[in-house]
Design a protein around this ligand. Sequence first.
Ligand SMILES: Nc1ncnc2c1ncn2[C@@H]1O[C@H](COP(=O)(O)OP(=O)(O)OP(=O)(O)O)[C@@H](O)[C@H]1O
Length: 327
Amino acid sequence: MRIRLESVHRSYRVRRPPESGGRLTRLVRRVSSEVEALHGIDLAIDEGETVGYIGLNGAGKSTTMKLVAGILTPTSGRVTVDGRDPHRHRRQLSAELGYLAAQRASLWWDLPVKDSYELIRRVYDVEPAVFRRRSEDLVSRLDIGRYLDTPVRELSLGNRTRAELVGALLHAPRLLLLDEPTIGLDIFARESICEVLRELRHDTAPTVVMASHDLRDVEAICHRIIMIDDGRLVYDGKIDELRALGGGRRTLKIHHAADHRLPELPELPGLTRIEDRTRTVTTYTFTQGEVPGELLAALFRDPRVDDVQIEAPSLEDLIKDLYLRGT
Ligand SMILES: Nc1ncnc2c1ncn2[C@@H]1O[C@H](COP(=O)(O)OP(=O)(O)OP(=O)(O)O)[C@@H](O)[C@H]1O
């Protein structure tokens, strides 16, 4: 499905104790004010794209997801999904939408997992044979077969999230909104979820928007990153383009004996010592091609140097840079 946001603003009205006044007044009186969560967001996501929507706490990610799902309406501006207002056409949209959010349970809390799935089948009118094939496949890939008779409320967070993901995919949605799908999960739960999401691309290829703090998941699933900060868009591009922003930048990490004084590295353009050095690791950044081979050879020959690593910056480093530059 195609998502468009045009100059979208969204604010919330909040009621707070007044700034001034005695303790009693502050206890009982409330004044209204507005919190602006989104300040004019423009974005376009096309059919079948997999987008990581990232931002710090309170940046406006969940607000955007709720606008796209039609749960909220913008204060001003326009949101459309396949050309339609998702709030006004919420019923039609729900047939095409899978929405998974840590704070929003879709399965029935007191029912065994398999009964919730049967209810979903009926709500979305999925043909029994198609439903059986799809549910067996998802249940086995997410490894939750042994919990099908367990009420949802008794599941651990990891198993509940896996069960919720099956529930969100049973009707083969064309749009999948994932709000922090792997938060608090162990490595096995995260990996099985990421694998299923990755395979979707070759299967039903829905449009996927995943809000996440976890860049490993975003890297594993998404081809594009949209980054917001304090309700404003600060980056929109392919992950490969973001990596290219790092250019030939590399880090040189020298692992050495505690407090070993390294020979002074020559003053080279672009070779910068990083100040977070520990007693056993000293780090520099440099531009590829600007650290001479003989310097590396000298480091390798030094008996008190244990290891020398040259690395491209991680996605996390590049994103930190973007925040520092953009704010
Ligand atoms: N129901 C609400 N009432 C009042 N303010 C709200 C409400 N929901 C969100 N906000 C405010 O809007 C801003 C954006 O919140 P939002 O939940 O969209 O951010 P987020 O990027 O999803 O954050 P997080 O990563 O912490 O989940 C924050 O300042 C938040 O406090």
